[in-house]
Every structure is written in C-alpha cells, then in structure tokens.
Design a binder for this molecule. Structure first.
Ligand SMILES: O=P(O)(O)OC[C@H]1O[C@H](O)[C@H](O)[C@@H](O)[C@@H]1O
Length: 421
C-alpha cells in the first residue's frame, strides 16, 4: 500500500481542491494522447501484459544453469532492474551491471566470471547507445572465445521490436530476444522485459510487482479525492518555484531507487516548454538514515529552496530485536529490547518533524512495507506523477533532446562516419 502524509503542508488540501479543474484537464489531455501510437504512453499498459510475463517465465525455467547475470545497459535500461534486483534478489544469482565504460571494472568482472555459468543480457531500446554497444562487443567476443558455438545460449537481447543494431544482431544470429514495446521509452520501461527478465532470474514475485502497478493505474484514473498520482503531481507543481526536489528513501534495500527516480524526473521534465522557457526542478537523491549524517544538515539549515519527499516503509517483514549488552547501558541502554526497524521508523519520523520545523516544505509517502507489491505500486505511481507533470508544465515528458548533442560530439571524437567536423 501507498499512503500520502501532508500533515506539515496545511495549505495543500485547499489548494488541491481549487486546482481540481486544472488537474483533471491535465489528466484528460494526457489520456487523449493514448490513442496516438507515437505518444509513448505504452508504459500504462505494461502491468496488464501477462503474455510477456509467461514468456519470460518459460525462458527463466529453461535456463536453470545461470549463476551470474551480466546486464549491459545504461540509463533507463539499467536503473530500474538495478533498483529492484538489489531489493528483491532471492535466487542467489549474482548480478553485475556494466552501465559504464571504465576498463578496470570490466576487466575485473571478466576475470572473475565463469562463462559457462554466465548469462549476458544486452539491453537497449534504441540499439544505438555507445556505452552498451561497447560492452556488447567485449562480452560477445568473450563468450565466443570461451564457449565456441555455444555462445548464443549465453546472450539474450532486450530491444526495440523492429529497429536497431541489437534487433538486427538477434535476427542474424538467431539469438533469443525480448521486445521493449515501441511506445515505451527507456525510463518508463522497468515493467517491460527490461526489468522483468533480470528480475525473473532474481526470483522476484513478478505477479505481485505488476499487481501493485495495476493499483497505481487504478488510482490514476480515479476521481480527484482518491487520485494519489494527481495529488503528488500537484505537490510538485505547487512547489515548482523551489529549484530542488529531494527524494529521500528510508530503506537500505531500495538504495538504488533514488537514482531511478532522478532519471525519470530530471530527464522527463527538465527541458524547454512550448514558449522556449527553461522548465524543471532538480531531483536530488538521498538515503535514510545515512544522509541524516550527511545531507540533512544542509536540508535543515541551508537555503529554503527545496521540496523534500520522504519515502518510508511503515512495516518490516521481520524486525531484529536489539539485545542487552552489559557495560553499554550508559550510551546504548535506551536501545535494549527495541527493534532495528523501530529505530528506522523513529529516525524517519524525527527527520520529518525536524525538516518541517526548519521551515522546509516536506511530505511523506509511506509504503506499507518494502514488498514487490508496494514497490510496483510506487514505481508506476511515480511514472504517472511524471506524466501528469509533463502536462502541467507543458513539456514532452517522453523525449530527451538535450542529450543528443553530447552523443553527436562523442561520435565525432571517435570518428563515426557522418559525424566528422
Ligand atoms: O535503452 P537505450 O536506447 O540504450 O538508451 C539508454 C539511455 O540513453 C539515452 O541517452 C537516454 O538519454 C536515456 O533516456 C536512455 O535510457
């Protein structure tokens, strides 16, 4: 379950009511685009795609030998699976992410892997991302050199259904390949095979993940009073004059979730609107309790230029009771007999109160617990929030024209034909 707490923003309920017509209009405008195949709104339908889930299950069952799973992908092709796998890996399969181009860690990884037990998953929507193609060249060659003809069984591709270099390779070599629907962009693709395939190998409960996402869909279409994504989108909208939105997650298991959110928020919303105005707020990732001992000093006493979002689990699957230890009564006695989770919750609540007291604008999203269901709900919720904000801020939340120049300059520096000076 997902629950919103705005107790320190007393002006919110009234403002939300007043802006009701604007918000419903934004939702209508978004949903109207659903009919357009170019609209990139396919992420709304992913939680219903049980056929893909079945195919992924069959593939996972046909490959029980996998001990190491290497994911080659970057941005939207890596951040989602990484966030979920690190939270819910129960299979013992070891995961490795090559979402960079630094030679030493790649070499260290290659030296430590047994190719016979390794499955390589190259993931790219476009099939044109330099970092991913570079990693693919390295790993494809490594598999061929070590496994001979058997290399094909160790490489699986996740890419566009028709276009790009990965699709062409899959067809030429007869490789197993899963599709990212054409109308699903990278940062909205976590519930497509981009996430589902690795997560099947991690042993995550994918049905529960998708069921949670369906709940977010249901709420996004609900009337205003129950519409959680419109509420948090409005909270962001109401505070758009504050340049920073902090996304602080109180869960070690979800430590990579802020990075996923940062891409979703920043790359979707940081751009020029129809009139050429620069739009967007900067998402800052934070983790509780670690950042209480790092960033929270600034959050309390630094500039009042932030909207702070806390994501806090309300319950734990199991707690760990703190034992009494003789000699430590003085400093640690107050902890004796308390649960570790009790401490986590107290710290999150204390931070919430302390930030509000400092005059920062802050709200909390409570997860019933860190479960596939609740996290599936949260991810899809945040995608709806982002899409609604795109409408409110009059930007296309589904493109990224601002990263193109960097790519073209890289190609020119490396002498890619057609990109020379
Ligand atoms: O999945 P790919 O096509 O390889 O794209 C990977 C990433 O790189 C691009 O530059 C985009 O900025 C990101 O939105 C995308 O997630």
């Amino acid at each position: 379950m997902l629950r919103l707490d705005t107790r320190f923003l007393p002006d919110f309920p009234q403002a939300f009511k007043e802006h009701g017509p604007l918000l419903l209009q934004a939702r209508e405008a978004l949903l109207a685009k659903r009919k357009d195949p170019q609209s990139m709104l396919g992420w709304m339908d992913l939680p219903e795609d049980t056929e893909t889930l079945r195919r992924i299950r069959r593939y996972r069952e046909a490959n029980p030998w996998v001990e190491d799973f290497v994911l080659l992908g970057i941005g939207g092709s890596a951040l989602g699976p990484k966030a979920l796998e690190s939270a819910f890996n129960e299979s013992g399969v070891r995961f490795h992410y090559v979402d960079h181009v630094e030679p030493e860690p790649v070499l260290r990884l290659l030296r430590g892997l047994d190719p016979r037990k390794t499955l390589v998953n190259a993931v790219s929507k476009s099939g044109a991302t330099a970092e991913t193609l570079a990693a693919l060249l390295v790993f494809l060659n490594w598999l061929r050199e070590n496994l001979g003809e058997d290399w094909r069984r160790h490489l699986v591709l996740t890419t566009d259904p028709r276009r790009g270099a990965l699709r062409a390779l899959a067809e030429k070599e007869g490789l197993e390949a899963f599709s990212i629907p054409e109308n699903v962009g990278g940062r909205f693709s976590v519930l497509s095979p981009v996430g589902l395939l690795p997560l099947a190998f991690a042993g995550m409960d994918l049905e529960a993940l998708l069921m949670g996402a369906r709940k977010a869909n249901e709420l996004a279409l609900a009337p205003l009073e129950e519409n959680l994504p419109l509420k948090t989108a409005f909270l962001q909208h109401l505070h758009r004059h504050l340049p920073i939105t902090v996304f602080m997650v109180y869960s070690e298991r979800l430590k990579y979730l802020p990075a996923w959110f940062v891409q979703l928020h920043d790359e979707s919303l940081g751009k020029r609107d129809g009139e050429g105005n620069r739009v967007g707020t900067t998402a800052v990732p934070a983790l509780g309790p670690q950042d209480q001992h790092a960033q929270v000093q600034l959050f309390r006493e630094g500039p009042l230029d932030k909207l702070i979002v806390l994501v806090v689990p309300e319950g734990a699957m199991e707690d760990l009771l703190l034992p009494q230890v003789e000699g430590l009564e003085g400093e640690a006695g107050y902890l004796f007999g308390k649960g570790l989770f009790q401490l986590l919750k107290a710290e999150a609540e204390a931070t919430y109160q302390a930030l509000a007291e400092a005059g920062q604008r802050v709200y909390t999203l409570y997860l019933s617990e860190v479960s596939p269901y609740a996290v599936g709900w949260l991810l899809q919720h945040l995608m709806w929030q982002t899409a609604f904000l795109g409408e409110l801020w009059r930007v296309n939340a589904f493109d990224q024209p601002g990263v193109e120049l960097g790519k073209r300059l890289t190609f020119a520096l490396l002498g890619r034909p057609g990109y020379g000076s």
